[in-house]
Design a protein around this ligand. Structure first.
Ligand SMILES: [Zn+2]
Ligand SMILES: [Zn+2]
Length: 263
């Protein structure tokens, strides 16, 4: 029986080194994949050439958010008679609306922990693809002109070697064909982690955290990007600063959103 030609190509790749050079159309990522083997964002196992983002086993266990969600932040709701989550009912937001493809728990939570603290910036490609896939209806409707990842303080950047939100933003920028702002807005305060703070402490912690670089201007329609959405305090602070730079229609996309019970 004849084997599927695509399958054959996959099987062969990358067993023989000179195969890389035989096909002139081979993409740069594939070559990079040989030098730095790609890993599954969930089990951290090595991916084969036929697994562009995650391994087949984890793909089968992956749960995108389904069912009723908060009209403001996209958090899953217990009943479809509710319009907003408890958190959004309690506070106004500076952004219009947002979403995340995943709830922040289980395998997603472990994955994001490695992404942020375990030197796994490479997971960003999968996260961006998940955001685009899950949010395609929103993104087509909103038509953002710019992606604005949440900036981290230079001290934290030096320690981590990358900004996790920026990594997702860059990949999403490529997926959507719109630019990603990495310099226009910066973090001037090295704020404490928000975890464990009350909402008012979060706001205080973040007041004046961000600033507009001298002379920088943003377009009107901006998509903020971050890794985890909890109460939206960080995104509200960033949205406020983005408005100072000229943005006036602001949405967000995050990799994950904390379930309601944890707030
Ligand atoms: Zn896996
Ligand atoms: Zn909400």
């Amino acid at each position: 029986m004849r084997k599927n030609p695509d399958r054959r190509k996959e099987d062969r790749f990358p067993q023989r080194k000179d195969d890389i050079w035989r096909n002139g159309t081979l993409r740069a990522e594939k070559i990079a994949g040989l030098l730095y083997p790609r890993r599954c964002p969930f089990c951290d196992g090595l991916l084969s050439a036929g697994e562009p983002y995650l391994c087949r086993r984890c793909a089968g266990n992956l749960n995108f958010i389904r069912g009723p969600v908060c009209m403001k932040c996209g958090r899953p709701l217990e009943s479809d008679t509710m319009e907003y989550c408890d958190s959004c009912r309690r506070r106004e937001h500076r952004f219009i609306q947002g979403f995340a493809p995943f709830t922040y728990r289980g395998m997603v939570q472990d994955s994001i922990t490695r992404f942020k603290y375990g030197n796994r910036a490479e997971y960003a490609g999968f996260y961006a693809a998940a955001i685009r896939k899950h949010g395609s209806v929103h993104l087509e409707e909103w038509k953002p002109e710019l992606i604005l990842p949440v900036p981290i303080h230079p001290d934290r950047y030096r320690k981590r070697g990358y900004n996790q939100a920026e990594e997702v933003g860059r990949h999403l920028s490529r997926e959507l064909g719109i630019p990603c702002a990495t310099n226009e807005i910066y973090r001037r305060k090295n704020t404490r982690p928000q975890k464990g703070l009350t909402p008012s402490m979060r706001r205080k912690n973040l007041s004046d955290a961000f600033a507009v670089r001298d002379g920088a201007r943003l377009p009107e329609r901006v998509l903020l990007v971050d890794d985890i959405y909890t109460t939206g305090t960080t995104l509200d602070a960033l949205a406020e600063t983005a408005e100072e730079a000229g943005a006036c229609r602001i949405w967000f996309a995050c990799i994950s959103i904390a379930p309601g019970q944890s707030l």
